[in-house]
Design a protein around this ligand. Sequence first.
Ligand code: SF4
Length: 915
Amino acid sequence: MDRAVTNRRKITEVKSVCCYCGTGCGVAIETDGVNLLNVRGDPDHPVNRGQLCIKGQTLAAAHVRTGRATRPLIRPKRGAAFQPTDWDTALRLNAERFAQIIATHGPDAVAFYVSGQLLTEDYYLFNKLARGLVGTNNIDSNSRLCMSSAVTAYKSTLGSDTVPCCYEDIDLADLYLLAGSNAAITHPILFRRIEAAKNRHPERQILVIDPRRSETAAYADLHLAIQPGTDTFLFLAMLHVLVWERMIDEAFIATHTEGFEALRRELAELTPGAVSPICGLSPKTIVDAARRFGSAQSPLSLWCQGLNQSIHGTSNGVALIHLHLATGKIGRPGMGPFSLTGQPNAMGGRETGTMATLLPGHRDPNSEKDRSELAQLWGIPSLPERPGKTAVEIFDALAEGTIKAIWIACANPAHSLPHLEHAVEALRRAEWVVLQDAWQDTETAPFADLLLPAATWGEKEGTMTNSERRISRVCTAVPPPGEAKPDWWIVQAFARHLGKALGIPERAERLFSFPTEEAIFLDYARTTAGTEIAIETLTYATLDQLGPQQWPFTSGQSQARPFSDHRFSYPDGKARFQTLDRGRLPEQIDARHPFLLITGRLRDQWHGMSRTGRIPQLFRHDPEPVVCMNRTDIERRGWHEGDLLRLRSRRGELILPVAAADEVRSGHLFLAMHWGRRSLSGEGSNALTLAVTDPLSKQPHLKHAAVRVEKCNLPWRTVILRRSDHPDNPIEPLLQWQAALRPLVANFPYAALTLDEGRWPILRVTLAHSTPPEDELLERLASLLALSGPELLQYEDRSNHILKRARIAERQLTGILLSGETAAAHWLCEAIKNGTQTDTFHRWLFAPLAEPPLADLTSSRIVSNCRMVSETAIRSAVAAGADLERLQAELGCGTVCGSCLPEIRKITLEARAVQ
Ligand code: SF4
């Protein structure tokens, strides 16, 4: 950014909300009207009161040019390069293709696959387009992969998809049961609130159910390290204990629920002793957990993907909700079953019906009454009756050829769907693929026939709803680049073209004549009248005046806890107990696939990394992709950390370096779901996962897969490290290099392209191959990064195929290439990142030195990303007697967003143990 130009512009602050997780933190965006200058936590926002995690803090840094879609692009034919076109041509052509497919094969031959990151207004228009104009229920969202099991669990027990809790309950609860949620890093601002409550009231209990000793589990009073996929059994056994020990509320059950007697009979056999071998927990531990839950006055259960992404995800959620219904601990302050949403506006998608199984206003597409109510509101004769296909089903139908065209908006299915080989093949077979996205370099972009450039966060206006049903305004701080347009604008403009192409222009006019985002919001709000999510009196002005509000919003007021009168959403007002599918994992380990892979998330990354993957600072904590394995499993096989392993499931394979992780049990592996083709030469994490789904929620079982693991014999390594030559613009060149390198590194069985940052951001390229790479290929890689030419220092040993080059500018190393011998890569990386003067280590530049020649060049993982405090610094301070308070005071770690607190505690304990 040009500061001089910026300084002539007026700098203002725009209030908005973070676009990453479902916590929904308020932000204040500093802008000069052209650039996003900075993002800080909004002190007035009720969710976060000024706090932000590192992802939120770095939002402005994601506003880069490289990879942005700025013009409509079309391929003249499959496999050809994109050509720019104008909006009118793009939308007209798109309408013609859709109309032709609909005319030939019917409306169900097209589908829409959208995103939990769209705004409520965008969602609503996509719904009108699919159901109201095209006449299909084939509209689903990537929220299907995230929380659709929570939706079915709430609906089957409480009668509606209504989260009965709010964040204030975190302050008031006396027991926190976190199941399948690593909230310490995935919802860090909420977890800070739990930590603060525990600090104020040390007697409060934290129970964590997780097969892994995650950052959250490490903080628990009781960690139930359950066998993966046995959560329903555990909750039922806990309920058995509660019944046996008379800790249930018989009066509540009789007055406010139905179906308990059938469940009580089922519980008889589910003793802690019977369930113990299934869950891998002792009967005593199960009894202990049940007693703690039963004796709490206000237990609050928080769950996330660990329960949802399962073949029996609905049962997991229902069994957890049963604990609250059976004890009557629901609907009052501090208690209840609270599903945490992963995506920022997954809740908005649920409200607007942007899933095949829902309609706007929590209506049901299978209900004739609901369909005709909505048709009347929309002024059209009817809505389609045929059930729509859900995410995995849409891609199955594309592969089979029954769906011919797909419109993907703000989603990246070629990264995030399970069984990627199948998903990618489905995209290949599709007749027409439209991608509407802010980025043109996602894993899905190569399959698109038409790319429509969309505005992204900071460039568009609307609303989002967070996990606690709170609706916040999302505001524009800068205009979108080039010809990119807000998502709602694209949908509306296309709909008018499609109306003409289908011969129903009046219907298109009637459904799509919105002058502003607020007009869309008001139309949507109208559909909520008389429903449990009523917000028909809410306007943008009200939100601006009163601040973010929760639904239902009636009589000018939000309702924090919808079931405070214990009248649930079934017509008789009673909640329902259900009999449950307690099933096992869909894929068991066996002799050929003896390891169980568990997928999860990293602290500082988000989804497919299309945004966070452009921010070098967010790689400081986890700089490279790894698969985590228990240390004893590594040692037993004679392997070492950093060895490349080949992971094979029944669907695909992936090569990754191994990292020792004590928190992973022997026999298990842990892999972050973020890694894809953006960073690797292979398909990424979802090459291994399986696409079977929960029969009710249709959510895929993304959490586990059985895999075999073998050491990969790829002895030839190349490491290239490069920082930008432009101090004023250090990041864009790195991103451009990364993009240019991607097709070339596809030639290597293992390649990792990642960023990192010290005082300088850098690009890191790690390659492995069985033999020395062709000279020509290596030269092409080198010259792309300006690492060839006579001005570079070079060392070459042709007989041993060793090549080393160094680029030095102003006595600092700005690039290094090590091929054939890479022992010094880690300390040379420190030298480049930190701008260390080359005179201090010049003579060791090309030495095969694994140990750094200077203490300053010792690499140490960054633990506190906000304050850039390394693990070494923390260990040294602990060795000198520092406790957490002193670490915070002296080093500053754990004082900003707090995401590093779990790790600081762990390091402190480890360091003390060896003292
Ligand atoms: S916790 Fe972090 S990622 Fe989630 S909304 Fe808040 S700032 Fe954004």
